[in-house]
Design a protein around this ligand. Structure first.
Ligand SMILES: O=C1O[C@H](COP(=O)(O)O)[C@@H](O)[C@H](O)[C@H]1O
Length: 260
C-alpha cells in the first residue's frame, strides 16, 4: 500500500524527507561504501525542502555523501540553465551554491546531469534531440530514488493530465519532449512511466492549501486519469508521500497515513 507521512510543521516534514533520502542513499552505496546513489529530483517547491533538509539541517547534512550522488532531473524546462525557470538552475541556487561554503563538499561531487543547453531554442528537431541525449545518460539499472512533486492539477514530472497530454503517458522512450505544457514554459523534457516503473523508491512531496483539492481526487476518488494517482495505483509498494496537514486536510480516507 502507498504510505503517507503527514506533518504539521514544514521543518519536521523537511527533516523526514531528508532522513528518507539518506536511508535510500545508504542502501544504494552499500556497507562497503563502493556504490553510487542515482537520484532524480523535481523542480518547483521541492527544491526548498531539499535546501532545508540537506543543506541547512546540520545533523542531516553531515550524513549526505555528495561525492556518491548522481543527480538527474525528473523533468526540465527547455530554457538556458541560468534562466529562472530552469529546474537545474533552481537546484543550483538552492542546494549546489550553498554547498560551496560547506568545506570540501563540492570538490567531491555530486555529479549533476543537465540537458544539453546548446540545443535549447533551436526548434522541434533539437527538442527531440535534447530528450534523446538525456535518455542516453540515464543509469542503465534505474534510479535508487525519484523525488517527485505534485502540481495542483495532479501532474508530476512534466506528465500532465488531460486528453491533449495523453501522448506522454503511452511513451515507451524513457525521456520525452513535452511540447504543450499548460504551465509555462510549454517546452520541457520529462521522464516517462517506464522510468518510474524501474525506480526502486519514489517519494512525492506536497505541501500547502493549493494541493488540498487534488489530494482528495488522488486519495479518495483515486482518479487514475491523473498521472500522480496512476503512479500510486501502479506502484503501491514503493510509493511514499510526504505531506503537510494542510495539503491532506480534505482527504476523507486517512487509512494510508502512517508514522515515520
Ligand atoms: O512544473 C513543475 O511543477 C511540478 C510541481 O511543482 P510544485 O511547485 O507545485 O511543487 C514539479 O514537480 C515539476 O518538476 C516542475 O517542472
Amino acid at each position: 500500500m502507498v504510505k503517507v507521512y503527514k506533518y504539521s510543521e514544514k521543518q519536521e516534514l523537511a527533516r523526514k524527507v531528508g532522513e528518507f533520502i539518506v536511508e535510500c542513499q545508504d542502501r544504494a552505496i552499500g556497507e562497503d561504501g563502493n556504490g553510487t546513489f542515482a537520484v532524480a529530483i523535481s523542480g518547483g517547491s521541492l527544491v526548498n525542502v531539499l535546501r532545508a533538509s540537506l543543506v541547512d539541517d546540520d545533523e542531516l547534512s553531515a550524513k549526505v555523501k555528495w561525492s556518491k550522488w548522481q543527480v538527474y532531473f525528473c523533468d526540465e524546462r527547455l530554457v538556458p540553465l541560468d534562466d529562472p525557470q530552469s529546474n537545474y538552475g533552481a537546484f543550483k541556487t538552492a542546494v549546489l551554491d550553498p554547498l560551496s561554503h560547506h568545506g570540501d563538499h563540492l570538490n567531491l561531487g555530486p555529479t549533476v546531469y543537465t540537458i544539453n543547453e546548446a540545443l535549447v531554442h533551436q526548434g522541434s528537431h533539437q527538442n527531440e534531440k535534447i530528450a534523446e541525449e538525456y535518455a542516453s545518460l540515464l543509469p542503465p539499472t534505474g534510479f535508487d530514488l525519484l523525488l517527485l512533486g505534485c502540481g495542483p492539477d495532479g501532474h508530476t514530472c512534466s506528465l500532465f493530465p488531460g486528453e491533449t497530454h495523453k501522448y506522454l503517458l503511452s511513451e515507451t522512450r524513457t525521456v520525452a519532449w513535452c511540447h504543450d505544457s499548460p504551465k509555462p514554459p510549454s517546452d520541457r523534457i520529462t521522464f516517462t512511466l517506464p522510468v518510474i516503473a524501474q525506480a526502486r523508491n519514489i517519494a512525492f512531496v506536497a505541501e500547502g492549501s493549493s494541493k488540498q483539492q487534488i489530494m482528495h481526487e488522488i486519495f479518495d476518488q483515486k482518479n487514475v486519469s491523473l498521472p500522480t494517482a496512476l503512479i500510486n495505483a501502479s506502484h503501491p509498494e514503493k510509493v511514499h508521500w510526504f505531506v503537510d496537514n494542510e495539503a491532506f486536510s480534505k482527504v476523507h480516507d486517512q487509512s494510508t497515513v502512517t508514522n515515520r
